[in-house]
Design a protein around this ligand. Sequence first.
Ligand code: ATP
Length: 503
Amino acid sequence: MPLMSASVPVRGAERIRRALLGSYPILYVQSWEEGRVERALAMLAQKFYEKPVAFGAWTCVDGWTGLPDVPADTRDPLRALDVVVQAPGPGFFLMKDLPSLLADRPDVIRKLRDAYRQLKGKGKFVVMVSPRLLLPEDLNKEVFVVDYDLPDEAEVRNAVGILGKRYLGEGALSPADADRVVTVLRGQTLDELEHVFAKVFARTPRFDAATFDELLAEKEQSSRKAGVLEYVPPRFTLDDIGGLENLKEWLRKRQHLFTREAVEAGLPVPKGLLMMGMSGCGKSLSVKAIPALWNLPLFRLDMNIVFGTANPEASFHRALKTVEGLAPAVLWIDEIEMAITGGREAGGGDPALGRIFSTFLTWMQEKEALVFVAATANRIHLLPAEFIRKGRFDQVFFLDLPNETERKAIFTVHLKKQSADVSRFDVVFLAKATKGFNGAEIESVVQAAAIDAFNEKRTLTEDDVARLITNTVALSKTMDEQIKAIKSWAHNRAISASRESAT
Ligand code: ATP
């Protein structure tokens, strides 16, 4: 029995309605279900305006149907678009086969770009529909993409209930387990969700750590949204982070603010957090620990991929819109300084960069969706003070090199990961011996020591670790001047993520 028929309400029509309110005259609805989109538009044609307006559907075989007074043969998309432009009043014009034709028809692309200007503000909407996103970069700015099939949290919850019963039996998923599954599966279409469930639970009809892991792996595979968003599974917790106690406390205090109860109680929902600082000191790790703590899905926006597309501004905008559709969610913008400089040391020059920057600031200011932005930055001198002020982050943290207490905690985390008996290690000595090391360097020392011990067929010892420490030159040794500069830059602009100052 397909999930769609199992009375799962889908609010795609509402998504189209919202896009119409944004007055984009050309929409691209990404959906497998042409029929449903057609019915939704026919309904909107009746109800969107005070009076019913025209509604027509076009295919490359039949031309326009449903519209009054159209010329005889409108199968050619250029003629079909002329009909829309010349239509006497508002209306909804569904063009079914258009996306697949665009690749070979630059004339149609041009016509659409012109139509954008001619239709804007006239109450006429061209709606393309296709299961795949076949949008040429040239049209990125003119076309608003609606992910019709993406269900919201209530729909996912409902679907998980139905599928849980089907594959695991009545009551087999406890409410807490169902919550975890819902968090993982948000951002999938109902089809994808059903597919993932079938793949994992048809074979092993029980919910445990192993099947949950499989669920994560399946989700990871199938979830590159909008090309530049990547789903990051909740594999880390705060216990995986050594030190950074101020940051952890900040996150813990906000743990329940995205729940329905908190939102209904009118508590302020945090908008975002900026983490800047030294490389390898746990910025990314801290972001990855948020989804398990807050029970929200995490999506990473890769600025390198954004800048690799032909129209970075449109890709960036589309990613922000997509993640709003997935709310409540955490959006991780890695290397946010790229949004300002395009990755070059000196910004300026390229007007698109300025636009991306202002797109982001406006979005942060106006976004109503429950999207929490976790931004990370390495090259903090590239962040204009204005960004830190106007970015409206709830907090800006500086992650320094770990102090001695933190190095002790980081050793403990990584020794445990290697299944070592920590009580047999003098972590105070190890922490003292690694002054100037960052978290990543401590991790690699422990890992390399574990490999040595494994090759010699014995358990990992403190001597293995100590030997590798002696052979490692911490990056900070060679970057003394830069580190001083970063610290003094951050001093007045951010609060320390650590509880004590570094030693
Ligand atoms: P970059 O800016 O270079 O991306 P980053 O600050 O984001 O660095 P992470 O990717 O979070 O650094 O850390 C790199 C690795 O170092 C992680 O795999 C993590 O295991 C380890 N690490 C860093 N800091 C800590 C920490 N405080 N506790 C435990 N592990 C840490």
